[in-house]
Design a protein around this ligand. Structure first.
Ligand code: IVH
Length: 719
């Protein structure tokens, strides 16, 4: 095939050249400088495009093309280390179909029941560790695959890297090179960024970059402070036991990098190291290396795909980041037969998960006004598809966060959306030599009412203090109508805004005097939608007191506190007449909420709103609460027990789950400790909570276990 313009009309020669220089540039930024400017998925897309041009125009596939290169040239900051067995990269599959295509290619050479090892693809940086006669002597980065960087002193500070092989693994080989991934646990990354923020230092973008930056330090004492860890997943160079002949060192540029034990004079290499990948992993575990426990030997693509999709869902259960699954042919002899291309083995493939990070343009930073007057800066983004949805807005929380992230309108920024977690602007993508846009300044005036915005000393939040601010009013009313409060369907923020703008709605009590005539001539209100809305308003009259308390929007009083208060006092009058001390004594309330509640009801304006709500027939009683001596009689199955909830549970909002624990006499703190009775693990739980529970041996229960826990207070039997 010749290299004329392709189907898209662009010149493939020019595009291939452009792609090559882009790829080389981003490779260097990622591998050598640890400052990527594009997300991994965007880099992968460039390589794929180039590979497809080279496939269509073989005359363009020049030697040395980045499609056949690995990593980046080593930095002159570190002494070079030649890899006697090249450190290769992996080919990627971005869909089940691509994985199938790989398996189909293999099927021509391997039996149908071939065993595969599926391992998690750790998102860290590849490292090679050399042990001579069982003693750690050298660590090197991958570099360009042939020459890496000597980072021995830095790696020696990582506690998870053994200084010598354990005797449980038998007589140590004369030389063994263990390869694996250095990574930073998510909890350590979050701690590190917390410390960086406190010190006013720039935040790290993600655990991988902070691991790479921490490892490739000129001063190993900096590495030592960085809580790095390690998973072993491969053996590189291998030579026989001391005194025996050399049996394994092999630079065939091809397969697993190892030969089977050749006869020689029978050096005592453990069978496991020369037979299969799964045995190699077991041996490395016995020798003292951390090997990831989630690996599995599987047969057939169906099992492999099930493993991949299971981990795609569960990836956030871990305290380390993974970006896919590595599928390897288990049998080492078969690996050698299959061999490799110039950059990657044919016996393995990386099944990549959909990207959770993307770069995009930060068009602007705006400020929204919440129902309490809190002014929250948020990023207006050029829409970007990331983590399974299109993101165009992302909160920036407060003024300090904007400063710590140092994001400026006009910047290219990295956006991250992990699982069900809300999207986050991670930080700017800086390009050396390119001038930055001007830093953003928090506005002095409320964007809605133009009243002053005030930030009190020692506080991180800024507020619009004008209680009549229409921005606050709209938010207060929309909150009252929201699902977690009075649940008035058909009354979203936009409609509230319209009704407030028209002067038809000043406070929440006005809702209950609405008639069909209220909406006359209003755009978007047909007869059916008016009837539905009035019906929903009428229905809201019978919601329990706890929902009304949520809807009033009393500062600090969330769903848990509202439920606790409603259950403890039974009706609104009993809440209003209680003194601060007795409210504070209610489990799940405490002094801060109690003081806020007392202040709220002390205001004549607020009292008049609640009186008008009562007069309009809004229920002010918590049903199902038998008050005995002023406190609720719900079976106290969790009395004195601490149950932590993590992730989303079917049938409960987070607050409802916590409320259910409180109502049964339990506590529901946000952190796991030795005293925690159980951790309830829903969908997308916090990795650090799960890791902590595992570490402390705290029992974990799922949604079904939670239901029985509430009912009986007992933990499900293990197994
Ligand atoms: S095996 C011939 N196993 O992914 C290369 N690699 O994108 C054999 N990685 O360079 C590598 N987890 O840095 C292997 N369980 C795992 C891995 C893994 C992460 C990294 C490794 C490799 C990169 C390729």
């Amino acid at each position: 095939m010749t290299s004329g313009p392709d189907a898209t009309g662009s010149d493939p020669v020019a595009r291939a050249e452009e792609l090559r220089s882009l790829i080389a540039h981003h490779n260097d930024l990622y591998h050598r400088l640890d400052t990527p400017q594009i997300a991994d998925a965007e880099f992968d897309a460039l390589v794929r495009e180039l590979r497809s041009i080279e496939a269509d125009h073989p005359d363009l596939a020049v030697p040395g093309s980045p499609t056949s290169a690995v990593g980046a040239a080593p930095s002159p900051l570190f002494a070079p280390v030649a890899h006697r067995v090249p450190m290769m990269s992996l080919d990627n599959a971005f869909s089940p179909e691509e994985l199938q295509a790989w398996a189909d290619r293999l099927a021509k050479q391997v039996a149908a029941d071939t065993a595969f090892v599926c391992e998690l693809k750790i998102d860290g940086l590849a490292i090679s560790l050399t042990y001579r006669d069982g003693i750690f002597v050298q660590a090197a980065t991958r570099g360009d695959g042939r020459t890496g960087e000597d980072v021995t002193a830095n790696v020696a500070t990582i506690a998870a890297v053994p200084s010598h092989l354990l005797p449980e693994a038998g007589t140590p080989p004369a030389i063994i090179e263990v390869r694996g991934e250095v990574y930073m646990p998510i909890s350590a990354f979050e701690d590190l960024n917390r410390r960086q923020a406190e010190a006013g230092e720039r935040l790290f973008v993600n655990p991988r970059n902070s691991a790479a930056g921490s490892l490739r330090q000129k001063d190993p004492s900096v590495t030592a402070t960085r809580a790095l860890s390690f998973w072993a997943y491969q053996v590189g160079e291998l030579q026989g036991a001391p005194g025996g002949s050399r049996v394994g060192s092999d630079v065939d540029g091809g397969s697993s990098g190892r030969r089977n034990r050749d006869a020689g004079d029978g050096a005592a290499l453990p069978d496991e190291l020369t037979t299969d990948q799964s045995g190699t992993m077991d041996w490395m575990g016995r020798a003292g290396f951390p090997v990831n426990p989630e690996r599995q030997v599987l047969h057939g693509l169906e099992e492999v795909l099930a493993f991949c999709s299971r981990w795609e869902v569960r990836r956030h259960d871990l305290d380390y980041e993974i970006d896919g699954v590595v599928v390897k042919v288990d049998d080492l002899a078969l690996q050698r037969r299959l061999g490799s291309t110039s950059r990657a083995p044919r016996w393995a493939i990386a099944y990549k998960f959909p990207p959770e990070e993307r770069s995009t343009e930060l068009a602007d930073i705006e400020v929204s006004i919440g129902r309490t007057g809190k002014a929250t800066p948020f990023a207006v983004l050029k829409p970007v598809f990331v983590g399974g949805s299109t993101v165009s807005l992302a909160t920036l929380h407060n003024e300090d966060q904007v400063r710590a992230k140092d994001v400026r309108p006009g910047d290219t920024v990295m956006v991250r959306k992990a699982g069900d977690v809300i999207p986050e602007v991670v930080g700017p993508v800086l390009v050396a030599g390119r001038p930055r846009p001007r830093a953003w300044k928090f506005p002095a005036l409320c964007p809605v009412c133009e009243g002053p915005l005030v930030r009190l000393p020692g506080e991180s939040d800024t507020f619009c203090t004008n209680l009549d601010c229409p921005g606050q009013r709209v938010q207060r009313i929309a909150h009252f109508a929201s699902r977690s409060a009075l649940d008035i369907e058909g009354l979203g923020e936009q409609r509230v805004q319209l009704l407030v703008d028209k002067g038809l709605l000043v406070d929440v009590a006005d809702l209950y005097s609405f008639t069909p005539a209220t909406f006359e001539g209003l755009e978007g209100f047909g007869p059916l939608s008016i009837a539905n809305l009035l019906g929903a308003i009428d229905e809201s009259r019978s919601k329990p007191l706890s929902r009304v308390l949520i809807g009033l929007g009393i500062r600090h009083l969330g769903q848990v506190g509202s439920l606790a208060l409603a259950r403890a006092r039974g009706d609104l009058d009993a809440v209003i007449s209680a003194d601060e001390e007795s409210l504070a004594a209610v489990e799940g309330v405490g002094p801060v909420i109690a003081s806020s509640v007392v202040h709220w009801f002390a205001s004549d304006v607020n009292r008049s709103v609640t009186e008008r709500l009562g007069a309009a027939g809004v229920n002010m009683v918590e049903p199902g609460v038998d008050l005995i001596g002023g406190s609720a009689a719900v079976a106290q199955t969790l009395a004195g027990r601490s149950v932590v909830v993590s992730g989303t549970l079917e049938g409960f909002t987070r607050e409802e789950a916590e409320g259910a624990i409180l109502a049964r006499g339990g506590k529901s703190p946000s952190t796991v400790s030795k005293k925690t009775y159980a951790v309830v693990v829903g969908v997308s739980p916090g990795a650090s909570k799960v890791a902590k529970a595992e570490q402390l041996g705290v029992p974990m229960v799922d949604g079904a276990g939670f239901a029985s826990l509430l009912e009986t207070g007992e933990l499900p039997a293990p197994g």
